[in-house]
Design a protein around this ligand. Sequence first.
Ligand code: AMO
Length: 447
Amino acid sequence: MKDLISIIDVKKHVGETVKIGAWVADKSGKGKLQFLQLRDGTAFFQAVVFKPNMIEKFGEEAGTAKFDEIKHLSQETSVYVTGVVKEDARSKFGYELDVTDVEVIGASQDYPITPKEHGVEFLLDNRHLWLRSKRQMAIMQIRNAIIYASYDFFAKNGFIKFDSPILSGNAAENTTELFETDYFGNPAFLSQSGQLYLEAGAMALGRVFDFGPVFRAEKSKTRRHLTEFWMMDAEYPFVTHDESLDIQEAYVKALIQGVLDNAAYALETLERDTSKLQKYIDTPFMRVSYDDAIDLLQAHENDEDTDYEHVEHGDDFGSPHETWLSNFYGVPTFVINYPASFKAFYMKPVPGNPERVLCADLLAPEGYGEIIGGSERETDYDLLLKKIADFGLDPKDYEWYLELRKFGSVPHAGFGLGLERMVTFAAGTEHIREAIPFPRMINRIQP
Ligand code: AMO
């Protein structure tokens, strides 16, 4: 409705009479005053109903009835509320609505999510309603700001959106985390990453990016894993590993800037320390090789405040190692050139050191763990074919991918950022399950 004002915009209307379409999130009152906490998806704020004002406007009988009706509105009743916008330093939002009328649109039955504490499983069972809470609204707003900033970054930097398929005939990352489905009598897999297709896109269109859902049959129950998540994938020709890190750093900084610029209310709601986010924009990201990181971890393993297990050169990191490393540097940190043994088949070896590959994981500080995986890709047909076979994959499934190396192969690199991990990091929240509207995890596919 064009005459409705969003709550987030009321500050532009101080002193004016406005109409708001909203839901009653909570209420409280005493005597002649009734307070309604209203929410409309943009923000929460307080509407104040003063009984004498109702009586003055509607007469003694109708005004009293109106006030009583308002007093008894149940949580989540939908309403049109009309009133005058007032600046009020006492309210957390800074503004209030001095109500002149309330019209009920839809009544609400006993709402299961009350302002008291609820257990996580209960909230997840009620995810379709839990999304209405202030915290969840704020997280979704941050998610939205990141998506906008991502499109903006790619558009400004000459990338073309290139949509990779969701149904695929081959694994992109590994074969253990594939969701298989029946495709007219043949197996098909839900995409784990659009990367292989983006490489074809990069040879056709130059800089390309993709943003879509990907699927991984993750058996791990951690606060960082979903089975369905959204990936920002990018691929670029004529770019080497080092240059790729520059692009990734600029990208992540642009995403953080987008959140600071366009989700200020959400950050405030979540009490996110924005000075930290600003610091990540202002400070160069750290770059450390995998082998130097192992040396560092070994040197500090007996420190009083460390709680990670001993690691050898060649071991993969666990999340305690990642947390320690990113806290040690205090800024987002690229760990570069991991062992080939636990990274994907398509990565190019480090020249002169075939045990290591030209890749990097970006570790977010404050214990948020890996948010980006990226690499320079193998460009040589024969080496790639051997890698595919060595990984126990069927070269027949990758014929089209291998063929990209036959017709003007060029150095190229790319990366994938997990949107929900970026959201969790930017929002400063605990668990990835809150970073997506309807999380899919090992034990959950409803609602
Ligand atoms: P990788 O496997 O490292 O790289 O994935 C890229 C990013 O996706 C996110 N991510 C996840 N988020 C939520 N739940 C999960 N189960 C999950 N698994 C991964 C992380 C991770 O950094 N093809 C490469 C990318 C590339 O090189 O272009 C790839 O998929 O944020």
